[in-house]
Design a protein around this ligand. Structure first.
Ligand code: C2E
Ligand code: CA
Ligand code: CA
Length: 303
């Protein structure tokens, strides 16, 4: 019965054939089909573009790296953030093609920035499921070889979602990338139920402290203590910490005082398109401290 209704409720079927209580299902289904068709068209059309958010050196606010974040320049809906398309792309198995497009365009731009000494590193996000794909690291290394970006300038950001599901395979991917000089950053640290023992034994170079921890760091003594001890442990293990989601000066001051070397967040700069990033990099190199002292309007304007 469900199958028949489903069939009648396909995007071309008459609405009257579906019981009213299931109309919303058809609407959801239609929206999904639409989005799927649009995404399949958008990727080869070059509508998915890389945006860049600076990662700064805590000591002086200079930009030392960038994280690449996908945006969809939709022809009628304007600029879409990943929340509007990454989850469905994951479900539809299209995320690999999105990541590929973002990687290719991002590397092309960043290779020049690295060559000019404007940044040291560029970070890309990959789908958490990639770690379960035996071909993931080889494919990435192959794609990197086609760019002008030195492997030592690349950081691959992974989350712990599937990291521990197949620890042996995750380790193989990480070691293979490390062997080429590519660094691994563990993203969103503090949001999951990290098996710290297992994570500690993986050759990860950077840990990104999640925004949910950073937002209370200057106001909640317990969070402050937790972050301080994570920073302490990371230093002892030779792991670099990047604090994400730094939105307020008090957070930046606390983190700098606690020895956190790298920060990223709206307090410094929001994600921005390539041309703006290029200007910000040149200003940062000329030591114009625009990124450390953003105007309130610029920080509030949505990206
Ligand atoms: P993420 O990797 O944790 O990226 C950081 C997110 O936090 C970005 O959201 C960034 O714009 C936002 N952010 C940065 N600083 C601040 C801050 O100070 N305050 C607040 N409230 N937010 C801040 P965005 O760009 O919307 O990306 C969301 C997520 O989508 C990313 O989280 C990442 O998981 C995923 N994503 C983005 N680009 C890609 C991509 O190219 N491939 C894949 N597979 N996933 C991507
Ligand atoms: Ca990330
Ligand atoms: Ca993150």
């Amino acid at each position: 019965m469900a199958k028949i209704i489903c069939g009648l409720g396909s995007s071309h079927g008459p609405l009257l054939a579906i019981p009213p209580e299931e109309w919303h299902l058809r609407a959801d289904n239609d929206r999904r089909l639409n989005l799927e068709a649009e995404l399949r068209r958008a990727i080869p059309a070059g509508e998915i573009e890389p945006w860049f958010q600076p990662v700064v050196d805590s000591r002086d606010g200079r930009i030392v790296g960038v994280e690449v974040l996908a945006r969809w320049r939709h022809p009628t809906q304007g600029l879409l953030a990943p929340a509007a398309f990454v989850p469905i792309a994951e479900e539809l198995g299209l995320i690999g093609r999105i990541d590929e497009a973002v990687f290719e365009a991002g590397c092309h731009l960043a290779a020049d920035w690295v060559a000019r000494g404007l940044i040291e590193r560029i970070s890309f996000n990959v789908s958490p499921r990639d770690l379960l794909d035996p071909g993931f690291s080889r494919r990435l290394i192959g794609r990197l070889a086609k760019t002008d970006l030195p492997a030592t300038a690349l950081v691959v950001e992974i989350t712990e979602t599937f990291l521990l599901e197949n620890l042996a395979l995750s380790r193989r991917h990480i070691e293979r990338l490390n062997a080429k000089g590519v660094a691994i950053a563990l993203d969103d640290f503090g949001t999951g139920y990290s098996n710290l023992r297992a994570l500690m034994h993986l050759p990860i170079q950077t840990v990104k402290l999640d925004r949910s921890l950073i937002c209370d760091v200057a106001s909640d003594p317990k969070v402050a203590k937790l972050v301080t001890s994570v920073l302490h442990a990371a230093r002892a293990l030779g792991i670099r910490i990047v604090a994400e989601g730094v939105e307020e000066e008090s957070q930046a001051i606390f983190l700098r005082g606690s020895g956190c070397e790298r920060m990223q967040g709206y307090w410094f700069a929001r994600p921005m398109p390539a041309d703006q990033m290029h200007t910000a990099l040149r200003e940062s190199q000329a030591a114009i401290p625009r990124v450390l002292t953003p105007e309130p309007q610029r920080r509030r304007s949505a990206a």
